[in-house]
Design a protein around this ligand. Structure first.
Ligand code: AMP
Length: 416
């Protein structure tokens, strides 16, 4: 199948050739014709399968066709993509800009934690596509610096996560300001029926499409699990990267503190490393990402929220220094590798106290995941496990869950 089979606008076909997109990915093959039909859509697609182009190409086609005569697009916002994090906003905006590079279409990227002034200036010049996180979009709507009254396409990208992060209130307020008559597309890498039900109120008889069963890990990713003592994780990470001579490795941690600590230690081991997390300024995060993409950094340590939306096409290796509290995050993490059909490796280090987290991933993936021992890093089984009496796996789990639930609404909302 070729992109020309979709009868895409000629300008778009030229752009796709320039981008070296030879053929549509499976999700693009399924979604593009549906979007063309005008139907609302719920699409399940694994991370890195080309979902941005799956919704953005038909949207750009629509804008181009609408403005064919004048060739200069109207200054009205035609499409809005709502995303959960600023990193994903930047990534989707960047992709949208590249897909519209041979046209006059202008894209605004609106997210919090950054000066609102430049965003207002960009909007004042007139844009056709807005990519935004809910909180900052609402700021602009209230100030009257963006007008969505002519919107024709609304996309919820990573919708499950957006609601999971407590944005339902903001989204409800945004939805009051978009036209009733529009096409609404919902894309999600992981699927939570409860969340989908929440969003269904804004979808009109949606078609459901998906390339893979929901919640499956990216199939091209080799998943390895090593049982290792907590305090030897840093050593194992440095050893693995050095021994295999890996040059671009993304390492995940659960907490900001551990991300910083690990980055510091890996630098001492001679591996050029930076950490990104919610306490770092947007500038610092962008700089670290750029250095990582350019190969100046060998290791990037990231927390889940900070890493959401990172697109590094050539990434081959992901290491989970700690398993995530939320099993769906595991799918997102390892989805950073094996993108666009490439093969990747994801190594997860499982401490003695993390077995219950591994179990949750097993349940989500419906797969038996058995940690191996790496020679020289075998866990010390003679030691008293931390989870004795007062610290049983169950009570830890309950405590951790309480903590996460308590943090989610405040912490994640604050970060956006
Ligand atoms: P996404 O899932 O939208 O984040 O896309 C993942 C990666 O695949 C990005 O680097 C895209 O540039 C790339 N990509 C998307 N569609 C195609 C395609 N049809 N051919 C080649 N690469 C693609």
């Amino acid at each position: 199948m070729a992109f020309s089979d979709f009868r895409l606008n000629k300008t778009l076909l030229t752009t796709l050739q320039q981008l070296n997109y030879l053929e549509p990915t499976p999700i693009q093959q399924l979604a593009i014709p549906e979007v063309f039909k005008g139907a609302d859509l719920i699409a399940h697609a694994q991370t890195g399968t080309g979902k941005t182009a799956a919704f953005m190409l038909p949207i750009i086609h629509h804008i181009l066709e609408k403005n064919e005569v004048s060739s200069l697009p109207s200054k009205q916002v035609s499409a809005l993509v709502l995303v959960p994090t600023r990193e994903l906003a930047q990534q989707v905006a960047k992709a949208s800009e590249s897909y519209s590079q041979n046209s006059q279409i202008s894209v605004a990227c609106l997210y919090g934690g950054a000066n609102i002034g430049p965003q207002e200036k960009k909007l004042a010049k007139g844009v056709q596509i807005v990519v935004a996180t809910p909180g900052r979009l609402l700021d602009h709507l209230i100030k009257g610096t963006v007008d969505l009254s002519q919107l024709t396409h609304l996309v919820f990208d990573e919708a499950d996560r957006m609601l999971d992060m407590g944005f339902i209130g903001e989204i409800k307020r945004i939805m009051r300001r978009v036209p009733e008559k529009r096409q609404t597309l919902l894309f999600s890498a992981t699927v939570d029926e409860h969340v989908i039900n929440n969003v269904s109120q804004w979808l009109n008889n949606p078609q459901r499409i998906g390339v893979d069963a929901p919640n499956t890990a990216a199939t091209k990713v080799e998943q390895l699990f090593y049982a290792v003592d907590e305090e030897r994780k840093r050593e194992l990470i440095a050893y693995t990267i050095g021994k295999n001579n890996w040059h671009q490795v993304l390492v995940f941690t659960r907490t900001k503190n551990y991300a910083d600590e690990l980055a510091k230690e890996l630098n001492k081991d001679g591996l050029k490393t930076q950490a990104i997390h919610g306490d770092k300024s947007q500038g610092a995060r962008n700089k670290a990402l750029e250095q990582f993409r350019d190969g100046e950094l060998r290791v990037l340590v990231a927390t889940d929220v900070a890493a959401r939306g990172i697109d590094i096409p050539s990434l081959d290796f992901v290491i989970n220094a700690e398993l995530p509290y939320v099993a769906e995050d595991y799918v997102h993490r390892i989805g950073r590798t094996g993108r666009a059909g490439k093969v990747g490796t994801a190594i997860s280090l499982v401490g003695l106290d993390e077995n219950w987290l591994l179990e949750e991933i097993e349940v989500l993936l419906d797969e038996r995941l058995t940690p191996q021992w790496l020679a020289g890093f075998e866990p010390d089984l003679t030691r008293e496990p931390k989870n004795n009496r007062k610290n049983t796996a169950k009570s830890r789990k309950q405590r951790d869950k309480k903590r996460i639930l308590g943090q989610r609404s405040t912490r994640r909302r604050k970060k956006n």
